[in-house]
Design a binder for this molecule. Sequence first.
Ligand SMILES: [Zn+2]
Length: 237
Amino acid sequence: MVNRELEALLAVQADDAAIREIEARRDALTPRLALLDATQKRAVEEVARTESALERELTRQRVLDTRLAETRVLHERSATALANAERLSEAAAAAGQVEVTRRALADGESEALALARRVTDLRTALAAHREVLAQVSTDQGDARAELERQRASIEAELATARARRQLSAAGVAAGLLSKYDRIAARRRADALIEVRDFCCSACDTAIPLQRRPLMASGSVIEPCEGCGVLLYQRAST
Ligand SMILES: [Zn+2]
């Protein structure tokens, strides 16, 4: 009775080991994908940063253009006022105004030149960053497709292994299975351990003398007093 259950639980354990191995292969794909994502993210951010810098400069350019147009109107108005001045005091005031607006125009125009240079530089940089991004996407295309192919195949393997495990588990009593599950989850390794020379092969703790005959009969599955794994012994040994 216990023997049949022992064999069933050993089958579950073998299935679990296979599942852990498949999961480890699946998890190993994650950092490779993360590396691709990080490279792409950097390229995307570079493009976005340059785009917004360009947008800021273009806005400043529009504001400056408006201000320059207004200053030009003021300048023409004061030049007209100077030309039409009839009294000396009027002429002096208009000349002062002409000078102020002339200087404002000169300042605005040199600022416009500097802005235009920055806009040109940013457009050049943006084109370069976009090219890098396109190159990264092209380069990563194959790598991503390969990773995706591997992931899909591993997931399929995992589904098969889990289905097999479910079948194996059907042969084990619910109480024993949940005890096994708890220990296996904690250890992330085998929970059902064979007794060797009346010692637990996981922690080397000796089986107490009074428990040995029952253990040797192969009819019990009992927890190790040292590490808590489930111990079994085959009747023949
Ligand atoms: Zn032990």
